[in-house]
Design a protein around this ligand. Structure first.
Ligand SMILES: Cc1ncc(COP(=O)(O)O)c(C=O)c1O
Length: 382
């Protein structure tokens, strides 16, 4: 039997239905609160439901300050602005990520500097990065100078990919040594934890996304997470168009219209109540997929690492070496069979707008990209 048929049969053991990649889970709860928002007339950013969503999220993830935004991308943009990076500072970021992590660096006039993932695991290879920094940088006036480009490396965006947790203790150690500001892109990782602590709360600042395909959704939306009051205040002003003064009708900085509207927050309030259920569902779904694929040596399911708790946002197949070149065949075949799957994003450093930015050797990411197939992971897969 050919590989595409084998994969189809395995998925069909988990579900016989037409499957979407990530169907959101709504019921009457969302409609009730949406109605409440509409009836209150406060449907935009001044509605109380945005404040309530922030308070509920704050409690859920035990973070001191939470700001709801209109997307994960805007949360990232504001988060980066909070750090006073200078034009042309370099910020480390994986090439294997969604483009928003990289774009946010470009938006603020800084330079993305691409780093590699682990072999066969889509998270930053911290050891490789440490060796790279040792060889290619030196500390000048307390800052990390890239010897090759003559620019300072001032930050790092870590991405908790598909809900799997980056080893934040190691990242924080490394960032101390090289004086890097840590921004956690936890867009995909609400509910993922290290030692019972939500990822996104280990660095100075983190972000979440509530886009339609995430574990919970507000239609479009995101959040900034921080335990630092100064950063909180700065971000709050930035995302509220820089409003200031007694009547909030003045603007002492150039801000952005990035706050989450009440309509979206109303959906988020009900979605948050479903989070525990959804995490349980996804972890169970992982075990189901793992069980049906376990007899195949040439395909593995991406699993959380020991002592790290993943929300298993997107279930992920890793093709063995013999089948890497068959990825597109398998995806096309499954789509025809009403099973929506997808490849991972193209490596960002290979794309036209990003080709000339600095990078380390990205061998692991290049190999990994060809192996990944994301499987249907939403509530309809049962
Ligand atoms: C890793 C990562 N970063 C950032 C984002 C941006 O989030 P949004 O789509 O809400 O702007 C996403 C989501 O799509 C993502 O997957």
């Amino acid at each position: 039997m050919n590989i595409q048929k084998i994969v189809e049969n395995k998925i069909r053991k988990v579900s016989k239905k037409k499957l979407l990649l990530h169907k959101p889970f709504f019921n009457n709860e969302e409609i009730k609160l949406l109605n409440k928002s509409i009836n209150s007339s406060y449907v935009s950013t001044t509605g109380i439901l945005t404040k309530r969503f922030e308070a509920n999220l704050k409690k859920k993830i035990s973070c001191k300050y939470v700001i709801a935004t209109n997307s994960g991308t805007s949360a990232l943009h504001a988060a980066l602005l909070a750090f006073n990076f200078k034009k042309n500072d370099e910020i480390l970021v994986p090439s294997l990520t969604f483009v928003a992590s990289v774009n946010s660096i470009c938006y603020i006039g800084c330079i993305p500097h691409f780093v590699d993932t682990e072999k066969n695991y889509p998270l930053i290879d911290i050891e490789k990065l440490e060796n790279y920094l040792k060889k290619n940088t030196k500390i000048v006036s307390g800052k990390c100078l890239n010897i090759k480009t003559g620019k300072f490396i001032r930050g790092i965006i870590v991405v908790h990919m598909f809900g799997h947790c980056v080893q934040m203790n190691k990242i924080n150690q490394l960032s101390k040594k090289y004086n890097l500001n840590v921004i956690e892109d936890a867009a995909e990782a609400l509910g993922s934890k290290i030692n019972n602590q939500q990822v996104g709360t280990f660095g100075k600042i983190g972000i979440l996304s509530f886009n339609g395909n995430k574990i919970i959704t507000t239609g479009g939306g995101g959040a900034i997470l921080t335990n630092d009051k100064k950063i909180y205040k700065k971000c709050l002003k930035l995302i509220n168009v820089g409003k200031s003064g007694k009547w909030k009708n003045e603007h002492d900085i150039i801000g952005y219209n990035y706050a989450m509207p009440s309509l979206n927050a109303s959906i988020g309030i009900s979605q948050l109540k479903k989070l525990n259920f959804l995490i349980k569902f996804k972890r169970k779904l992982f075990r189901k997929y793992e069980k049906v694929f376990q007899d195949l040596e040439f395909i593995k399911l991406l699993a959380e690492k020991k002592n790290y708790f993943s929300n298993y946002w997107l279930q992920t197949l890793l093709l063995g070496k013999e089948n890497e070149h068959k990825r597109d065949h398998i995806i096309q075949y499954l789509k025809k069979k009403n099973i929506q799957v997808r490849p991972v994003w193209k490596l960002i450093h290979t794309l036209k707008p990003y080709k000339n930015f600095p990078k380390m050797d990205l061998k692991n990411s290049r190999k990994l990209e060809e192996k990944i197939i994301n499987l249907p992971s939403g509530i309809d897969v049962n």
